[in-house]
Design a protein around this ligand. Structure first.
Ligand SMILES: NC(=O)c1ccc[n+]([C@@H]2O[C@H](COP(=O)([O-])OP(=O)(O)OC[C@H]3O[C@@H](n4cnc5c(N)ncnc54)[C@H](OP(=O)(O)O)[C@@H]3O)[C@@H](O)[C@H]2O)c1
Length: 339
């Protein structure tokens, strides 16, 4: 076991500038002993959620009120290093994944035992699954009402969320259309079994959908928004479901006002629907999805993509965040918090 420090480092928002780099700084935190039912986890790897973080830095997450100094980071994977009184379910050295706002971008965290997910090893791959992959699975299965044999279209398909969504859809026997913006990512999507890869910089998405999918899409899983959302909406099949899982393309832009027919003209005669999925609202599905997604991964049925670019230390999170926002990532971006 490592020697436990009197102080450790964490990343906080010290000012709400709207920009990650200028809003955040690394600060120190005094060691806090775990209380009854708690443990201390040494974070080894943290997952980067650039859009969420940028929204935090502008206080635009609807369910929190950010008052600096504010602790950041959601998911991490690491090892238990200290047990609180009465804790018998875990031992020092056990590998665990944790997901809770304010606990990811720091070297150590105090955590309640019931919110830890036991994993075999504290590896970056786990961060593609907990909670990102879990969100994708819940969004697709529960909100999109995934059933076998349908056509599923996924935007940002090679991203942290998207690459899990396409595989969950394939495992259910769907025909999958995957959107991406680069040839490298397109090649990778083919290796994941995506049936029709659309590089939207080379092909016109609307034309592909109109010519190759005249019956329409049964599930459109969208986290990009803007014109991709519009194209998906116009090409839903009878009883099609369009899941809004994010809107990367315009999340930090002024809201665009469009003159369009009311949305029910596009939906009613198809009995189609548009549904929003924000993981906080569907926590009741998470334990089941966590168990199943880890089972798929450990059983070798799910490939996970960790972006190969190294980000080391709390000081590198701003770089990681900008890297994602520039659309350069391939899979989940992780930060090595400790060796
Ligand atoms: N609903 C939920 O509960 C939930 C949970 C987790 C994440 N999310 C959301 O899901 C989305 C994906 O998150 P992620 O962390 O997995 O990110 P990501 O998909 O790994 O990265 C974003 C990707 O979006 C694509 N993209 C398309 N248009 C873009 C544009 N205008 N600017 C920048 N990128 C663009 C890029 O891929 P291409 O080059 O291939 O287009 C880019 O790599 C985000 O909107 C996030 O907020 C939602």
């Amino acid at each position: 076991m490592p020697t436990l420090p009197a102080h450790y480092r964490k990343l906080v928002i010290h000012e709400l500038t709207g920009d990650f780099r200028t809003s955040t700084s690394v600060t120190t935190q005094a060691w806090v002993d775990p209380g009854p039912g708690q443990v201390v986890v040494r974070n080894r790897w943290a997952g980067c959620n650039a859009i969420f973080d940028k929204n935090l830095c502008r206080n635009r997450i609807r369910y929190v009120d950010v008052r600096p100094p504010y602790d950041m980071g959601i998911e991490s994977v690491g090892e238990v290093v200290a047990l609180g009184p009465g804790v018998t379910a875990l031992r020092e050295g056990d590998a665990v994944a944790t997901t809770r706002l304010g606990t990811g971008y720091r070297e150590y965290q105090v955590a309640e035992v019931e919110r830890l997910i036991r994993v075999r090893e504290a590896t970056p791959e786990i961060l593609t699954l907990v909670p990102t992959g879990i969100s994708g699975m819940v969004g697709l299965e529960r909100i999109g009402e995934l059933r076998g044999g349908e056509t599923v279209a996924v935007s940002a398909a090679a991203g942290g969320l998207g690459h899990i969504v396409v595989q969950v859809a394939k495992l259910a026997g769907s025909h999958v259309i995957g959107l991406t913006g680069s040839d490298d990512k397109a090649a990778l999507l083919r290796t994941l079994g995506v049936d029709r890869v659309v590089n939207y910089r080379r092909e016109d998405l609307r034309r592909v959908l109109a010519e190759e999918y005249p019956r329409g899409i049964d599930i459109a899983y969208d986290s990009v928004g803007g014109e991709v959302f519009d194209a998906f909406l116009d090409h839903l099949a009878m009883r099609g479901r369009l899941v809004i899982s994010g809107h990367t393309s315009d999340f930090d832009k002024p809201v665009e006002a469009l003159a369009q027919p009311r949305i029910y003209h596009k939906l009613y005669w198809k009995s189609a629907s548009v549904r929003a999925f924000q993981n906080q609202a569907f926590r009741e599905y998470f334990d089941d999805a966590a168990r199943r997604i880890l089972e798929l991964y450990y059983g070798g049925r799910l490939r996970v993509l960790v972006d190969p670019t190294p980000f080391h230390g709390l000081g590198s999170i701003a770089d990681a965040s900008e890297y994602i926002l520039a659309g350069r990532n391939l899979g989940k971006v992780v930060i090595r918090v400790a060796d």
